[in-house]
Design a binder for this molecule. Structure first.
Ligand code: SF4
Length: 358
């Protein structure tokens, strides 16, 4: 889709509003936590000031959980960055949980309990844990393509930080924090959201790579509550024009009817959206759909009517190095997907670096 049509066709996705925001006394004592409560109150959310730091009164059903945000203080163990190959050297968390309703959501099965959104108030304790890790990344054959980026820090393992940024403000602070560094380092996050406006003028120093999670138009029916593709592409264009490094996270790649044409059209649309962007330094991550017994069970409970295929009989069972089992596409289909998608990337985005296919 040419960029002028893109501009005309996309209206900003409505910002998510939590019905209730719970905040602990410790979280409220941090200026960032108090600001989160103020922003949610301005949106019309009910603000519940808890009497103790233990979270109580959490909803136990999906619908209520997905409209609840809890602002808490990240404990020392939560603040400790963890290695996270192949997507980055280190992971750190600003929040957990996401307001969208994707029927393949990768958070299902990895976060315990009802899917509320937890945001951390103590950013001034979270960010200082990162600079001591500079130069401590591990370059392996699987991630060699991003070796030139310096030490990389991933902020979206358990959340979509842009989807809640209008309440937390944490992403903007983190982008500024990385922008101030002298060293070779990079903040990375993935998003399906489109509200990039407040990020555009930040002094990011090109030390942030915004990776837009994109999929074929036919996959949008599995992405409830997330901005539509034209919105994401328009946001990607704005971020690229503002000098951010850009990534495409093509995920999850699905065995859709006509998938070759569908993903080729997607990559063509991405190329059109980036047309004329000065230097997006584009990277591409290609991630096929997979599930575990645990995530399948959780997702079937959350989205009983979804038509997303999660049939172990149609998949290959794979044991990870940690001993857990996941179900991936059969080898032959994986090979075809890889060949075709890499060819589409080369055709439409010849300057892009494919970081990995998995
Ligand atoms: Fe899950 Fe990402 Fe969808 Fe949020 S946007 S529901 S994190 S898959």
């Amino acid at each position: 889709m040419p960029s002028d049509q893109l501009e005309a066709s996309a209206r900003l996705h409505p910002a998510w509003k939590p019905k209730r925001l719970l905040i602990t006394p410790s979280a409220l004592s941090w200026p960032q936590g108090a600001a989160m409560a103020e922003r949610a109150a301005a949106l019309g959310s009910e603000i519940v000031r808890l009497k103790a730091d233990r979270l109580t009164g959490l909803p136990d059903n999906y619908r209520d959980a997905k409209t609840t945000m809890a602002v808490v203080v990240a404990s020392p163990s939560r603040r400790r960055p963890q290695p996270i190959p192949p997507s980055a050297d280190w992971r750190f968390d600003l929040a957990e949980g996401c307001p969208a309703h994707c029927s393949y959501c990768y958070l299902a099965g990895s976060l315990a309990g009802p899917p509320i959104i937890r945001a951390y108030a103590n950013l001034p304790e979270i960010l200082p844990a990162l600079p001591p890790l500079l130069g401590q990344g591990q370059v392996t054959s699987r991630n060699a393509a991003r070796a030139a980026e310096g030490t990389t820090f991933e902020a979206s393992c358990y959340t979509d930080p842009l989807g809640i940024e209008h309440i937390t403000g944490s992403l903007a602070e983190t982008i500024r924090f990385f922008g101030d560094w002298e060293a070779e380092a990079q903040l990375r996050f993935t998003t399906k959201y489109d509200a990039v406006g407040p990020l555009l003028a930040l002094p990011h120093g090109r030390r942030t790579r915004i990776r837009f999670s994109v999929n074929a138009r036919e996959a949008e029916r599995f992405e409830g509550g997330a901005p539509r593709m034209p919105n994401r592409l328009r946001a990607m264009r704005k971020a690229a024009m503002a000098g951010y490094r850009i990534g495409l996270t093509v995920a999850p790649i699905l065995n859709l009817p006509g998938w070759r044409e569908a993903y080729d059209a997607l990559l063509s649309d991405c190329a059109a959206a980036l047309e004329g962007a000065p230097d997006p330094d584009l990277t591409v991550e290609l991630i096929t759909h997979r599930f575990t017994e645990g995530s399948r069970e959780v997702l079937q409970g959350w989205y009983p009517g979804s038509t997303l295929e999660m049939d172990p009989a149609l998949r290959t069972r794979k044991t990870t190095k940690f001993g857990s089992v996941k179900y991936v596409f059969p080898r032959e289909l994986m090979g075809e997907l890889r060949r075709e998608l890499e060819a589409s990337v080369a055709r439409h985005l010849p300057g892009a670096r494919v970081l990995y296919f998995t």
